[in-house]
Design a protein around this ligand. Structure first.
Ligand SMILES: NC(=O)C1=CN([C@@H]2O[C@H](COP(=O)(O)OP(=O)(O)OC[C@H]3O[C@@H](n4cnc5c(N)ncnc54)[C@H](OP(=O)(O)O)[C@@H]3O)[C@@H](O)[C@H]2O)C=CC1
Ligand SMILES: O=C(O)C1=N[C@H](C(=O)O)C[C@H](O)C1
Length: 234
């Protein structure tokens, strides 16, 4: 497959290595100063850029008939517009806050636990995410997905908030520590005990492999998909 990498930073470069090992060709890399690039030579585009440009990158692909997967976080105010454009153009699009197999299993565990805890009002939930100090957004996209899945599966919680505890609200603490690829923790705490589930990424390889697998899966399809479709879980 001919792949375009929109965003050629830590993730773009890790994806490049894995894509080449899997027999693909990188035909385009786009970074900050690469305005007006020609996407049409790519069979699929993989966007891991920055929050302010992700929607432009995705729109450019969909407008040119190129399937696109995005892992960029912090741009979700435009997610519905991306879905509408994909449907209008009969294109192919995946966004996932986290492409790793481990986190997608962790998402399912989190949903199951949230359902189990819904009748146990003595437990308060809280979340923590830890990432490297270059991260632009907080809380992480993965933390937002986890919080939204708790809200969808447990009527004791209606919203999430960064750093703030309030009634029916899930507080999320975001810590920034040098070189941490990504750690997510969900805690249920009562007066007598604590239940914790945690995912720790040791490297970026898991995110990158998942992104390449998603790109391979998307080519030839039409529609808006999620990692649950790719991995056939959930
Ligand atoms: N969904 C998932 O599984 C994962 C998601 N992520 C997310 O992916 C994104 C990228 O992460 P990461 O690679 O670590 O970040 P980096 O900062 O290392 O890379 C982002 C790259 O985007 C480039 N960029 C800036 N402007 C543009 C533009 N107009 N078009 C294309 N690229 C541009 C930056 O260039 P320059 O440095 O010159 O500004 C930089 O090289 C983040 O949003 C992060 O949260 C990360 C890991 C996993
Ligand atoms: O910025 C990162 O590095 C990561 N971002 C994603 C997120 O915001 O959830 C996924 C992963 O945790 C790494």
């Amino acid at each position: 497959m001919n792949i375009a990498l929109l965003g050629y930073g830590k993730m773009g470069k890790t994806i490049e290595q894995i894509a080449i090992k899997r027999g693909h060709t990188i035909v385009l890399t786009v970074d900050k100063d690469d305005e007006g690039y020609d996407i049409t030579k790519a069979d699929v585009a993989i966007d891991f850029s920055i929050p302010t440009v992700a929607f432009n990158n995705i729109s450019n692909c969909l407008n040119n008939g190129v399937p696109v997967i995005s892992g960029t976080t912090g741009w979700l105010e435009n997610y519905d517009n991306a879905v509408a454009l994909c449907n209008q153009k009969k294109g192919a699009f995946i966004y996932a806050s986290n492409y790793s197999l481990g986190v997608n299993i962790f998402f399912e565990l989190n949903k199951t636990l949230a359902k189990m805890m819904s009748t146990l009002k003595q437990y308060n939930v809280s979340m923590e995410e830890i990432h490297h100090t270059q991260k632009l957004d907080a809380p992480s996209g993965t933390a937002i997905s986890l919080a939204n899945d708790i809200i969808a599966n447990n009527s004791n919680f209606e919203a999430w908030k960064l750093d703030e505890a309030a009634e029916k609200t899930i507080p999320i603490v975001a810590k920034r520590i040098a070189d941490v690829p990504g750690t997510h923790t969900v805690n249920y705490e009562s007066e007598v005990d604590t239940i914790t589930i945690e995912h720790i990424a040791h490297t970026r390889q898991g995110f990158a492999l998942g992104a390449v697998i998603a790109a391979e899966w998307l080519v030839g399809k039409t529609g808006v998909f999620t990692m649950n479709d790719v991995l056939n879980i959930g």
